[in-house]
Design a protein around this ligand. Structure first.
Ligand code: AMP
Ligand code: ZN
Length: 115
């Protein structure tokens, strides 16, 4: 828990969100400004500021974030047509919230390469 972290506050319920999934290790919720018909964020309940902050002890946690994303993609019917997982990191990566999060984007065709 980081006192001044937006996503820690969302996990704690101090800031409202539309919850998609929760357990002890991960939390998933609807992105407030969706960039696609389905846009969900999957985050660890543990505060890690970005993917670079993860280390060996977080190996299971990182696996769980991906498997949780798969479960949600299936539930939301994205598996057939596909989807994209994104982890923006740092200034060049376009990261705006410094609590590790994986974006699930789906429901439309997405451009590549990104802008
Ligand atoms: P990033 O640019 O990868 O750091 O992504 C941060 C994401 O968090 C953006 O897609 C925002 O729309 C989203 N976001 C910011 N504030 C909230 C919030 N209060 N509830 C849900 N999503 C949020
Ligand atoms: Zn946090």
């Amino acid at each position: 828990m980081s006192e001044d972290c937006l996503f820690c506050k969302i996990i704690d319920g101090k800031i409202p969100s539309t919850e998609v999934y929760r357990d002890d290790d991960v939390f998933a919720f609807e992105d407030i400004n969706p960039a696609a018909p389905t846009h969900i964020l999957v985050i660890p309940t543990k505060h890690l500021k970005d993917i670079k902050a993860a280390n060996k002890e977080d190996r299971d946690l990182l696996g769980k974030i991906l498997l949780t994303a798969n479960q949600i993609s299936n539930e939301r019917g994205l598996a057939h047509d596909g989807f994209r997982y994104v982890i923006n990191t740092g200034k060049h990566g376009g990261q705006t919230v410094y609590h590790l999060h994986l974006h699930i984007l789906g429901g439309r065709s997405l451009n590549w390469p990104p802008g």
